[in-house]
Design a protein around this ligand. Structure first.
Ligand code: PRP
Length: 179
């Protein structure tokens, strides 16, 4: 069967815009004179990063790293695959990682460890949505947009089997009622 799942808005585009604006103000305060390197974790972070940097009116650089663990389905495989290496050197840089969501924490922990080994001057993490109830490894989030309940989320970069990334709101998939 190929039925469309029912989607409900969890964080609306207006709430996202307010959160992005607030995070940008916090980041501006800490990084306006540091020319930071912002590293987005692909694919999920592309929309958040694009919106965030439009609020940052000071010199900065952008790069991406591609990491994946979910493949098809809703459960992490637990194995993080590097699907796109970084283009820049992080050595001696003020690095700020931009992530769409922290769930088990495995992807972010892998990324922070990978970058820390490359000796940045500083390394911090900005996350739009945190799902702390799902955590399997500890992750310290320096800038956080939302805390979400334990629901499968799609939209604003987040996918289910690569679909729904284009939705402007963050939505959850409503469970089918059992009869
Ligand atoms: C998603 C999301 C995060 C990660 C969070 O990426 O974009 O990077 O999962 O989950 P975790 O905390 O349990 O590791 P995914 O592996 O689905 O790849 P994608 O970004 O290409 O969708």
């Amino acid at each position: 069967m190929n039925s469309q799942p029912k989607l409900r808005i969890l964080f609306s585009r207006q709430e996202i815009e307010a959160a992005v604006s607030r995070l940008a103000a916090e980041i501006r305060q800490d990084y306006h004179d540091k020319c930071p390197l912002l590293i987005g974790i692909l694919k999920g972070s592309f929309m958040f990063l694009a919106d965030l940097i439009r609020h940052l009116d000071f010199p900065l650089e952008v790069d991406f790293i591609g990491l994946s663990s979910y493949g098809k389905g809703e459960q992490t495989s637990g194995k993080i695959k590097l699907v796109k290496p970084l283009g820049s050197s992080v050595k001696g840089r003020e690095v700020l990682v931009i992530e769409d969501i922290v769930d088990t924490g495995l992807t972010t922990a892998f990324c922070l460890d990978y970058l820390q080994q490359r000796k940045p001057a500083s390394l911090k993490l900005c996350v739009l949505t945190d799902k702390p109830s799902r955590r399997r490894v500890p992750v310290t989030i320096d800038y956080l947009g939302f805390t979400a309940p334990n629901k499968f989320l799609v939209g604003y970069g987040l996918d289910m089997n690569q679909k729904f990334r284009n939705l402007p709101d963050i939505c959850f998939i409503e469970e089918e009622e059992q009869c």
